[in-house]
Design a protein around this ligand. Structure first.
Ligand code: ZN
Length: 155
């Protein structure tokens, strides 16, 4: 899916990495003739690219950015106490990831386009909530779960 460029950093070799609003990094090397990106070499042309989208395959794979850390969690819900808002399509804010931890039973987890995936979340298979992507949950019988929210750690 597309993610806007938020900033740029250099890796240990001096190659440029675009940091996307989702929290993922993506190399944007100038390697002609196959990857001609002369714009990445100068600060003004690089800065002009901020806000433009890149395709993020890590979001497509539901990969929680490794450097992100948990900063809050919901109370534990059960089938009868799931807030209505979680059973309808909703999403997290830019840069906020969620992890659905099921402690007992099973939960159906439905993710809308552009990721479009339906899965069953249980104690062994937590559900990863990708920022800004609409999703909802539905209990499969009795279930207990909570949602933990992750973001980039404060500098
Ligand atoms: Zn991403």
């Amino acid at each position: 899916m597309h993610r806007a460029i938020e900033s740029f950093v250099q890796d240990e070799l001096g190659d440029w990495v675009a940091i996307l609003v989702c929290g993922h990094g993506q190399h944007v090397r100038h390697k002609p003739p196959f990857f001609p990106r002369p714009w990445v070499l100068a600060e003004d042309t690089r800065t002009a690219r901020i806000g433009t989208p890149l395709e993020c395959v890590r979001c497509d794979r539901f990969e929680l950015p490794p450097a992100f850390t948990a900063y809050k969690r919901t109370p534990e819900f059960e089938a009868s106490t799931i807030p209505a808002a979680l059973r309808k399509d909703h999403s997290t804010k830019p840069g906020v990831w969620g992890v659905i931890h099921v402690t007992a039973g099973q939960l159906q987890y439905i993710v809308e386009a552009p990721l479009a995936r339906e899965s069953v979340v249980d104690a062994e298979h937590p559900g990863i909530v990708v920022p800004e992507v609409l999703h909802r949950v539905s209990p499969i019988g009795e279930v207990r779960f909570f949602v933990e929210f992750h973001r980039r750690p404060p500098v």
